[in-house]
Ligand binder design. Sequence first.
Ligand SMILES: C[S@@+](CC[C@H](N)C(=O)[O-])C[C@H]1O[C@@H](n2cnc3c(N)ncnc32)[C@H](O)[C@@H]1O
Length: 223
Amino acid sequence: MKRQFLITGDGSITIHLPEWNEQYHSKHGAIAEARHVFLEAGLHKCLHTFPDQTINILEIGFGTGLNAFLTLIEAQNTNVEVAYTGVEAYPVVLEEVEKLNYTELVAGATELFRQMHELPWEQPNELAMGFRLIKQRKFFSEINEKEHYHCIYFDAFGPRVQPELWTEEIFVKMFRALVAGGVMVTYSAKGSVRRAMQSVGFKVERLPGPPGKREMLRAAKPS
Ligand SMILES: C[S@@+](CC[C@H](N)C(=O)[O-])C[C@H]1O[C@@H](n2cnc3c(N)ncnc32)[C@H](O)[C@@H]1O
């Protein structure tokens, strides 16, 4: 599918898919959305629930690596250990990575962004002290881990274009993959998405959304 590059509201670049009229991030700000939805509502919540532990994060849609990059920087700043798994079926290529401007906008770890993309798939790597990354090239439907992750960044393309990814069938896999007390966060606040999460056992909260969105969802696996 054709990929184009678009400058979002906070100056950070995202990828646009003209065939679907869909973006990898919010048009109102890719970095702003990533920080608000995944770091503040997801990672920070887990740091509070699971203090002094390595936080295991699963990302649904590694894409440009923006969420992983911001998480790495946050882990270094807060002195927290993170083991990050990014699942992706259609990786971006290095030529595309070079068109992204995240390292110009976010201080720190400039070299690491490129290294993150150069790392081989399927091999765990200590990318930086306290930050382990494994990129898994596979479909979300192939995720079968049990009670391993503290946090899931659910960052699939929206339910308008990939409704099959926002179903009970996928959410039950996410529920199983989380430890008790773990959370899954996503930018979508659609009613049908919330109900599908609830029907597999999640306790779902509606939280204020990132710029341009009224609400987002945080789904917790009850303790
Ligand atoms: C919204 S983008 C992810 C953005 C990413 N988190 C970032 O920070 O750039 C969704 C990603 O899911 C991937 N994807 C779409 N369908 C998939 C599937 N069935 N299994 C695995 N990956 C899929 C796409 O290739 C795309 O990279």
